[in-house]
Each structure stands twice: as structure tokens, then as C-alpha cells.
Design a protein around this ligand. Structure first.
Ligand SMILES: [Zn+2]
Length: 252
């Protein structure tokens, strides 16, 4: 996990509910299109996956990444896309780790770094599941609603989400107020992402999230942090271990 110190700048740039990873994808990467369109449309959303919140949709500008390259999703990623109730997710490979190990860009893009691609199979699947959860539960739209409320602004559905998020760049106290909301989103992405990896890929939480967090080499937290410390994240994931085992066993 990367240090999430002063995450508001990062969030305003990429709204990156970022996670973090490392490891090489040991799964087969098929030479398919960069988006998970076809296969995921045949997979039903998992019945246990949280409902998409009833929050307005905001407009998000496309953020071109000229230096990124298209990344073909693995079959397991495509399964997770479907289980999360998503479709048409675009995967990109960043040229370096400068913007973080992995992050989601609203409304439908996941960027993985070279370091992320070196993670073990289940650790990488957990990271992808984590980012898919951010997109599926539209945490970026939830952030706009929360930010508008905390800053006493009125927002109109369909208006620019970027404009609201940008106020964080110059409002550190507001970022501090957002921290507990971001942490709640991260906890949700951690457990739901772990269960996506379990059902789609047969990955236990021990081999996925916990292995990743123990190898990430940082403590998380920090000023106005989005993520709690890795130790705390592991503690909060432990109640989900039995459920993940059931889902992982049923995936075989
Ligand atoms: Zn996250």
C-alpha cells in the first residue's frame, strides 16, 4: 500500500480510490480487447455484492493517458467485472508507478502499474477486485455528494464531478473531513474486492488481500488518509475469511 498522505491531490487528479499492489499476474493474459465487454455480459452480478447506492450520476471527463497502454483483461478479471455488475471496463497499464500502484478512474477505467503487474496472482486479483468495487459502487459519485454536503454546496445531477472534487486541492480541512468517508469506502472495497477474487478466481483472503497488505511494505494512514494502516485493514478483513473460503471452494 502506498502512503496515502495528502490523498486529496491525488484524488482530485485521478479520483483514485487507489490501492496498491505489486506482483506479477500469474494468470494467463489473453490477447483480447482491452475492455471486458463480451465475457462479463454473460456473468450475473453476485447476489452478495452490495447494491449500487442511490446517488446521482455526475459527469466525469475522460482523462487520457497517452503514455498508458491497453491491458487485456484476464478471464478472472472479466469474471470479477461481471460479478460486480459492471461491463465495459477498460484496463490500462501505466508506464511507471508515479500515480500509484493501481487506481480507478471514473466511470469505467482501471489503471495498473508495472509494479502491480508483478504481484502474485491472488494479490493482483484482490487489487483488481478492490478497484472494481470502487467503480461498481460509484464511490466517486458518493464523494461528490459528501463533499457538497460538507462544503455546503448544491450539486445538480449530471453536473461535473471533477469541479466538485477539485475544491479539495485548496481545502485541506475539507480533506480531513472526508477522511472517514474515504476510509469507509476503502473498507468496503477491501472486503468486496476480496470476495470477488474468491468467487471468480478461487483466491482466499490469506492469499489475496492479506498477502498483498503484508508485502506492500508501508503502513498506510497518514494525513487526511484514505486508507487505514495495513495492520488495521487486515484486522477488518478477518471476519470475511470464512465467507471467502466458501466462495473460493465453490469456484472450483
Ligand atoms: Zn481503494
Amino acid at each position: 500500500m502506498q502512503q496515502r498522505t495528502l490523498p486529496f491531490t491525488y484524488r482530485s487528479l485521478a479520483l483514485a480510490s487507489c490501492l496498491v499492489l505489486a506482483g506479477l499476474c500469474l494468470l494467463t493474459t489473453h490477447a483480447r480487447a482491452g475492455t471486458a465487454n463480451a465475457a462479463d455480459s454473460t456473468i450475473n452480478k453476485a447476489s452478495w455484492f452490495p447494491d449500487t447506492p442511490d446517488v446521482p450520476h455526475f459527469r466525469w471527463e475522460q482523462r487520457p493517458c497517452p503514455s498508458c497502454t491497453e491491458l487485456a483483461p484476464t478471464d478472472n478479471w472479466r469474471k470479477m467485472v461481471g460479478l460486480a455488475g459492471l461491463h465495459g471496463i477498460r484496463f490500462l497499464l501505466a508506464p511507471n508507478d508515479r500515480a500509484g500502484m493501481a487506481y480507478a478512474i471514473p466511470p469505467a477505467t482501471i489503471v495498473l502499474s508495472p509494479t502491480a503487474m508483478k504481484l502474485s496472482g491472488c494479490a493482483l486479483n484482490f487489487v483488481v477486485g478492490h478497484e472494481l468495487t470502487h467503480l461498481a459502487l460509484r464511490h466517486y459519485d458518493q464523494d461528490v455528494v459528501t463533499l457538497a454536503s460538507l462544503s455546503h454546496q448544491t450539486v445538480t445531477p449530471g453536473s461535473s464531478g471533477d469541479d466538485v472534487i477539485q475544491i479539495l486541492d485548496s481545502d485541506f480541512p475539507l480533506a480531513l473531513k472526508m477522511s472517514p468517508y474515504w476510509e469507509a469506502e476503502e473498507r468496503e472495497a477491501d472486503w468486496a474486492g476480496s470476495l470477488l477474487a474468491a468467487q471468480a478466481c478461487g483466491c482466499s483472503i490469506e492469499k489475496g488481500a492479506i498477502a498483498f497488505l503484508r508485502s506492500a511494505g508501508n503502513e498506510g494512514g497518514g494525513i487526511a488518509a484514505a486508507h487505514e494502516t495495513d495492520k488495521e485493514r487486515i484486522r477488518e478483513l478477518k471476519p470475511f475469511i470464512p465467507s471467502a473460503h466458501i466462495l473460493a471452494d465453490s469456484s472450483h
